[in-house]
Design a protein around this ligand. Structure first.
Ligand code: OAD
Length: 241
């Protein structure tokens, strides 16, 4: 690990007045939550069009719920890792910090982060397909097929392929990116929009950008700095050391 680079990035973060972090599945990988696209990634075994689209749910809600039960069970059995705790610590020391995550696992909140913009929703949220009401449910497994008090079928409160992202959450994320003077992008392949575009927004706004990833990504070239390695090892070095 390049200690000089780490020190420089740590100082930039310490001096930042509007830091932002964008996280993806790689941040939860060390907790044991599978990523989507890497080795062992969910989209290597499962087809998103069968499980993570509104059409798939209309066609076979039972199958989709079974898959979400499988993921809920996995997530319920794991704990946050040092990457989540480091980011929670940053919120405590810098109230202006904004944490934007594509993860639906809720591990940032479990680690103590309070203000998390979950732009792809939460696996613990349910939304009624009839009345639109949202609620939280942590049953593992959840009884299939879950019903709303209005009688409507409940669906997972996550964003599926082809769907728009929650408007208020996304507006808050873009606003934070526009104001950012420091952005760290950890554990995301950077191929899913509009999440990935938050990085160019922050760059245009003049933010210093750092990528933390075990591999290069399509975002790597536009970053000011890259730290190649595990988020659970690198984030605590930047944030708390
Ligand atoms: P991906 O699975 O696409 O990418 C995970 C990234 O994390 C890869 O770039 C890996 O190299 C990196 N990685 C793996 N382990 C790591 C570690 N320990 N430390 C640091 N980096 C590590 O996951 P996302 O980019 O989050 O969407 O995927 C984006 C969206 O695509 C997800 O939110 C999901 C999926 O379809 C929805 O569910 C709407």
């Amino acid at each position: 690990m390049d200690t000089h680079k780490i020190k420089m990035i740590r100082e930039r973060l310490a001096a930042s007045s509007a830091p932002v972090a964008l996280t993806g599945a790689g941040v939860s990988a060390e907790s044991g939550v599978p990523t989507f696209r890497g080795p062992g990634g969910l989209w290597k075994t499962y087809k998103p069009e069968d499980l993570a689209t509104p059409e798939a749910f209309e066609r076979d809600p039972y199958l989709v719920w079974e898959w979400y039960n499988f993921r809920r069970e996995k997530i319920a059995s794991v704990s946050p890792n040092p990457a989540h705790y480091a980011l929670a610590g940053l919120e405590a020391s810098k109230p202006a910090f904004t944490l934007i995550t594509q993860n639906v696992d809720g591990l940032h909140c479990l680690a103590g982060s309070r203000n998390v913009l979950e732009i792809h929703g939460s696996i613990w949220a349910l939304r009624c397909t009839a009345c639109g009401n949202s609620s939280e449910n942590r049953d593992v497994p959840i009884e299939i097929l879950p019903r709303c008090t209005c009688g409507g079928l409940l669906r997972p409160g996550v964003v599926w392929f082809g769907e728009t992202l929650p408007e208020d959450t996304m507006n808050a994320a873009f606003e934070a990116a526009e104001k950012a003077d420091f952005m760290m992008v950890a554990g995301t392949s950077g191929v899913v929009q509009p999440a990935a575009s938050l990085v160019s927004v922050a760059k245009r706004a003049g933010a210093f950008t750092v990528e933390i990833n075990t591999d290069a990504t399509p975002l790597s070239d536009i970053m000011d700095e890259r730290l190649e390695g595990r988020a659970g090892e690198i984030l605590p070095l930047i944030i708390t050391a």
